[in-house]
Ligand binder design. Structure first.
Ligand SMILES: Cc1cc2nc3c(=O)[nH]c(=O)nc-3n(C[C@H](O)[C@H](O)[C@H](O)COP(=O)(O)OP(=O)(O)OC[C@H]3O[C@@H](n4cnc5c(N)ncnc54)[C@H](O)[C@@H]3O)c2cc1C
Length: 439
């Protein structure tokens, strides 16, 4: 079977670009044997590979189409969130009524990330479990936060209301009028995190091949063979950790929503510019309206993320990128009047994979071929979780956590195109318009 599309990542992976250059692991150029091969070195793939090794699997091979941290795992906003946060719902609460289960499982994913960060000595800038701040700029946003607080109270989840003055002390500006702090979430520098745990696991014996896209795969008896441009891996078991690209491997057709979201990062600001900005050195703010803007200040740089487009062919367009840039210029000016569009050094987009019923695409697809995909926009935590669960499924077959993780449904069928794309475009535009100033 041929893989019918390879990942295309628009714009630079800024978080990776601002780090010191690293020497990539080699591309595969021969035929090798593995016990388990994991495809995709994002959160799910790294987590799966590491967990396989933790469980005693001897030959674990990890194949990544691009350089490490160049794909979505290295180009996100870095909020590792434990509480429900669903991009296709109207608020922040899961629709299913299964919040408690979702929270427990997300925490399992974050817990594994924390364990690996500690094991491999990652810095505080790469991984820091300092909770999450959500900010509202409008009356409607404040209402979202109030509803969210009620849901948290009903779940016995701790939270702290935050005043406009407190937010001003954090951000340096008066854009946000009300906020809500919840502990439990972590913030990562995504590329530093991905590089750090990959380096640790390679030193511990996982074989990582970069610039090694899987082009074809087939099964003969009990052996899967994966062909790459210059090599081949023969393995007993395969975990696909390629998020939406699981569809390019022929699975979950017409069940996955391929959404791009976009971000811009400023150049490193000078001491004088930072003094004018005021506020704290390092903070992150999620929007009260899920369609609003996510902002981070990472020491000298500001990162703005907003805008979402449905691109069922897994590729965004220059028009989508231009619209995102316009929206982000506006968001920057609204929050940081001393900065301007020309202060942005980087612009990029990246893939998310959602299902209409907000569930993962997980499990054994065919004999010894497994999927750990579809993270519903929360892949930093859910990716870590699904990789962990996939490895447990391969090696242990069943655990109490797996039972809980697999209890849900699988992705529901989508309405066919063009209705899907037209409907999604109209809905996303409407929600962006409704988010208004929060954008
Ligand atoms: C701008 C932006 C902001 C975001 N902010 C957040 C956030 O704050 N918090 C959050 O939780 N999530 C966020 N996300 C989403 C998050 O990045 C994804 O959900 C997450 O990366 C998914 O993890 P994954 O491991 O499942 O897949 P990915 O990270 O997409 O990794 C899959 C890997 O598979 C590789 N691959 C694909 N096909 C092949 C092939 N044929 N052969 C070999 N390798 C292949 C890809 O190159 C890729 O590296 C954001 C995304 C973007 C774009």
């Amino acid at each position: 079977m041929k893989v019918n599309a390879l990942p295309v990542d628009p714009g630079p992976a800024a978080w990776n670009d601002i780090l010191a250059p690293r020497r990539p692991c080699p591309a595969l150029d021969s035929t090798i044997q593995a016990d388990v091969v994991v495809v995709g070195a994002g959160f799910a793939g790294l987590s799966a590979a590491q967990r396989l090794q933790d469980l005693g699997v001897q030959r674990v091979v990890l194949l990544e189409a691009k350089a490490l941290a160049e794909g979505p795992a290295g180009r996100n906003s870095g909020f590792m969130i434990d509480l429900p946060h669903e991009l296709n719902s109207d608020g922040y609460t899961a629709k299913s009524g299964a919040q408690a289960r979702a929270i427990r499982l997300n925490r399992l994913g974050i817990g594994y990330a924390a364990e690996l960060a500690e094991r491999y000595g990652l810095s505080r800038s790469a991984f820091h479990q300092g909770g999450r701040m959500t900010g509202a700029a409008t009356e409607a946003g404040a209402k979202h936060l109030e509803q969210y607080a009620q849901q948290l109270a009903a779940q016995n989840e701790p939270f702290t209301p935050v005043t406009g003055d407190q937010l001003q002390a954090i951000t340096g500006g008066d854009f946000y009028r009300q906020g809500l702090y919840t502990p439990g979430a972590a913030m990562i520098q995504p590329a530093e995190f991905v590089r750090g745990i990959a380096q640790g696991m390679v030193q511990a014996g996982v074989q990582l091949y970069e610039h090694t896209p899987v082009l074809e795969f087939s099964r003969t008896g009990n052996t899967w063979s994966l062909k790459t441009p210059q090599g081949q891996v023969n393995a007993g078991q395969v975990i696909l950790a390629v998020n939406g690209h699981v569809q390019s491997f022929g699975h979950y057709p017409k069940r996955l929503l391929h959404v791009f979201t976009y971000a811009s990062m400023t150049r490193a600001l000078s001491d004088q510019e930072l003094r004018v900005l005021g506020g704290q050195d390092y903070w992150g703010m999620l929007p009260a309206d899920p369609m609003g803007t996510t902002v981070r200040k990472d020491h000298r740089r500001i990162v703005i993320r907003n805008h979402a487009t449905l691109n069922q062919n897994l590729q965004t367009t220059p028009g989508d990128m231009r619209r995102a840039a316009r929206l982000q210029d506006k968001s920057l000016a609204a929050r940081f009047p001393s900065l301007q569009a020309r202060d942005f050094e980087y612009r990029w987009g990246g893939r998310l994979c959602l299902s209409i019923n907000s569930v993962h695409a997980f499990g054994e697809l065919e004999a010894n071929l497994y999927s750990a995909c579809c993270q519903n926009g929360l892949g930093t935590a859910k990716g870590m979780l699904s990789g962990l669960m996939a490895a447990d499924l391969v090696v242990q077959g069943s655990t109490p956590e797996l039972e809980e993780f697999q209890a849900g449904q699988s992705p529901k069928a989508l309405v066919p195109d063009p209705f899907l794309s037209l409907g999604a475009k109209a809905t996303l535009r409407y929600k962006e318009w409704r988010a208004g100033v929060e954008l």
